[in-house]
Write a protein that binds this ligand. Structure first.
Ligand code: GLN
Length: 531
């Protein structure tokens, strides 16, 4: 089968959940036996989304091959189980950079370089790039931003051309919003009509409409939208607010969305797949009512800054028949004096990743309390580094111990930049998937993974300083996992503690609905034992 293209655009407002819809389409087509991939095009100028402030833009997700990306790629992976790479993420900045590089190589032969056709051609080339691998039946392309934005225009022009060139092999799914006006007691379709007009005015006729709504929409409203927007009635579906985002694929399937896409593309529809494993996950998710309260200690106030950690915790909860309730606690507010009072209501504590000194002393106060009071504790990246630092200070008695990141002059650099990375600063971070060997079989990590060799994703500059390893191990903090090539410590664990594990890598980037990460499962299991 020739590769087919599905474009997902959004209108009226942002934050409607294009990423969830794109992921759901991917999931439903996969369930029909198709090979799919999902890619994102972001209209901003940044060339490296990894540099965006998490407090503004949410978490930086990381692909296996080491690209810092938009958090929507996390949804793609959690829903579909695919592993994304650099090829799944694009920005306007990168499109321009590549056009300018071509210009510098003389590839345009002195021509005037313009948004149309040069930028739009580059967008088209990138959209089709993964399709060229001939691995995928469907390439789903999510376009960031909202129709009407200045920045989105070149993308829409590229889609217009591709739809024209590809005919039935390309469809556009447009996501819009139906607001409910309380005072009038009415659901309003006008913004949707305008948004579709916006698309039509740049030459794109959407094939399917997904109407986001807080209230159930009657058949009458769906019909009205269909007829005002030139869209077939069976191609207008609603996406009501649901208790969990993981219900969206089932909801879309119930309304026949995947079947409508196939029909539009002239593909035989066949039987509706049962979505067995997905439904049984949902069942567990829904029936897990017993709560387990987890504190997430970090410095970014935006919930989305810890998106993958949160989702990994919720998913691990369902597999443990627990409803995970997460309370975010800003580490800047935690001190040795209030740590007990602040953290005692929680059955487990996650010490979050991050960059910079802010909030690190509070993280250590939290860690000290958890270490001394046998509270299950999961340190991720900077969280692990702070576990190491706290242990150095309060157990090994190394006063002023720190990570070189926080204190240039620390007398005990238990966390430091490795020699070969010293002069590289920007771009020298260890990013992407690396192997890790578990060398201590008598560990929570081995119990969880049940294998000696793992591969997990990293994103950090600083590392455990192996000069101190013997001292740590003598005192009970064990380097249970290390990189087989460099000997860098990837996992530390405290012996004799209920559950006290720190990972230099980010296990949350590798935890999907149907394949939850073993460490998250094990952490929630330990935290659940208490009640
Ligand atoms: N700031 C730390 C480092 O660069 C940790 C980064 C992180 O938590 N992702 O090593």
């Amino acid at each position: 089968m020739e590769t087919k293209y599905i474009f997902v655009t959004g209108g009226v407002v942002s934050s409607l959940g294009k990423g969830i819809i794109s992921s759901s389409i991917g999931k439903l087509l996969q369930a029909r036996g198709y090979n799919i991939t999902v890619q994102k095009f972001d209209p901003y100028i940044n060339t490296d989304p990894g540099r965006l402030n998490p407090n503004e833009h949410g978490e930086c997700y990381v692909t296996i091959d080491g690209m810092g990306t938009d958090l929507d790629l996390g949804h793609y992976e959690r829903f579909t189980g695919i592993q994304t790479t650099k090829a799944n993420t694009h920005t306007t900045g990168r499109i321009y950079a590549s056009v300018i590089a071509k210009e510098n190589r003389g590839e345009y032969f002195g021509k005037t370089i313009q948004v149309v056709p040069h930028i739009t051609d580059e967008i088209k080339r990138n959209i089709k790039m993964m399709g060229k691998q001939k691995k995928f039946d469907f390439v789903i392309t999510e376009i960031g931003g909202t129709v009407g934005d200045i920045e989105s225009l070149p993308y829409l022009e590229a889609i217009r051309q591709l739809k024209w060139e590809m005919g039935k092999n390309a469809v556009c799914v447009h996501l819009t919003y139906i607001p409910y006006l309380k005072a009038a007691g009415e659901l309003k379709t006008k913004p949707t009509q305008h948004s579709v007009k916006g698309l039509q005015s740049v030459g794109i006729q959407p094939d399917l409409l997904v109407l986001r709504t807080e209230k159930h929409l009657s058949q009458g409203i769906l019909k009205k939208v269909a007829s005002f927007c030139n869209v077939d009635e069976d191609c207008v579906v609603q996406s009501e607010d649901l208790p969990s985002i993981y219900e969206v694929p089932v909801n879309m399937q119930n309304q026949g969305m995947d079947a409508a896409i196939l029909r539009k593309m002239g593909i035989e529809v066949g039987e509706t797949p049962a979505l067995g494993p997905w439904r049984s996950f949902l069942e567990r998710f829904k029936t897990s009512t017993k709560e387990v309260k987890i504190a997430l200690v970090g410095k970014y106030d935006l919930q989305d800054a810890y998106k993958s950690i949160r989702e990994s915790l919720f998913i691990a909860g369902a597999y443990n028949d627990r409803k995970v309730v997460i309370k975010y606690i800003n580490s800047e507010k935690i001190t040795d004096d209030n740590a007990a009072e602040t953290l005692s209501p929680y059955a487990g504590v996650v010490i979050g990743p991050g960059f910079g000194e802010k909030g690190t002393e509070g993280k250590m106060s939290a860690i000290k309390y958890c270490r001394e009071n046998n509270v299950p504790t999961f340190g991720i990246c900077l969280g692990m580094q702070m576990m190491v630092t706290e242990f150095a200070r309060n157990v090994l008695g190394l006063k002023g111990a720190n990570s070189r990141e926080m204190d240039e002059k620390t007398p005990y650099n238990v966390i430091d930049v490795m020699e070969d990375q010293k002069n590289l600063y920007d771009g020298a971070m260890r990013v992407g998937a690396y192997d890790c060997l578990i060398q201590t079989k008598n560990s929570k990590t081995y119990e969880a993974y049940k294998t000696e060799k793992l591969s997990e994703r990293h994103r950090h500059l600083y590392e455990f300083n192996n000069e101190y390893l013997a001292d740590f191990e003598k005192a009970g903090m064990i380097g249970v996992g290390k990189n087989p090539e460099t000997d860098l410590i990837e996992i530390v664990e405290l012996q004799g503690h209920k559950w006290f594990v720190g990972t230099q890598f980010h296990p949350e980037y590798n935890s999907t609905v149907l394949k939850p990460n073993p460490l998250f499962l094990s952490f929630i299991a330990a935290a659940s034992e208490k009640d």
